[in-house]
Design a protein around this ligand. Sequence first.
Ligand code: HEC
Length: 233
Amino acid sequence: MAYEPMERKRFGKTTARRVAGMLLAAATLVLLSSCREDMQNQPKFIPLRENTFYPDGRSARAPMEGTIARGQLEDDPLLYTGKVNGQEADQFPFAIGEPDLARGRERFNIYCSPCHSQLGDGNGMIVQRGFKRPPSYYEPRLLKAPVGHFFNVMTNGWGAMGDYSAQVPVADRWRIAAYIRALQLSQTARAGDVPAGEPVASHGLEQAGGEVGPVEHRIGHMGEHGAEPTEAK
Ligand code: HEC
């Protein structure tokens, strides 16, 4: 007699637990399904999307004042502006070697020669088709211009010429400037500039030893033959 009620009691307790467990599970399922987030609707802020959380209504936050992205600290004025103390500098921000000149020549022929011609005399194809003629690089003013001037013109544009800062990265602008210097030298060198014993091309040397004037003459002559670039050997 004493056994039976105990059995019944235990049985009753287990059933109650099972029922409670099932109810809890069902309730959890119902609750969970109502909180479901699909992946295509993620609870995050999308840049430029409107957001009521911030007073300015934008989800994207402006960086803290003075924030500089990695690699964007342009702390070398010579390198980035071509200027030192606000003046166009007559020096390069890094050493220029032969590979730099080769790269400068390649970039010059791509980006500048359509107007300036491969020779730099300002008679490029776009000019022949009617665009404003740029000055020749062999003009006395540009022969004397500091190298930072060429960098500055490429970086900020000049008169009718747009800037090339988007197309030509900083280091390549310096390489182009170096190549323009080499072009200028190639057209203005005198026989005496060649070290003794070096072979010298025979053409164009009649005027060697002159000042800038005869140089213009020689460039005009070379231009007649299709304005081919002078090989910088
Ligand atoms: C679409 C034609 C065009 C292209 C391409 C072009 N330029 Fe020019 N450039 C001009 C014109 C036109 C001028 C003269 C602008 C003026 O005086 O209004 C000029 C002027 C210049 C000057 C002389 C600035 C001065 O002091 O008078 C330099 C140096 C120069 N360009 C360098 C370059 C270099 C380097 C490139 C290539 C990265 C280049 N240009 C590409 C058209 C061009």
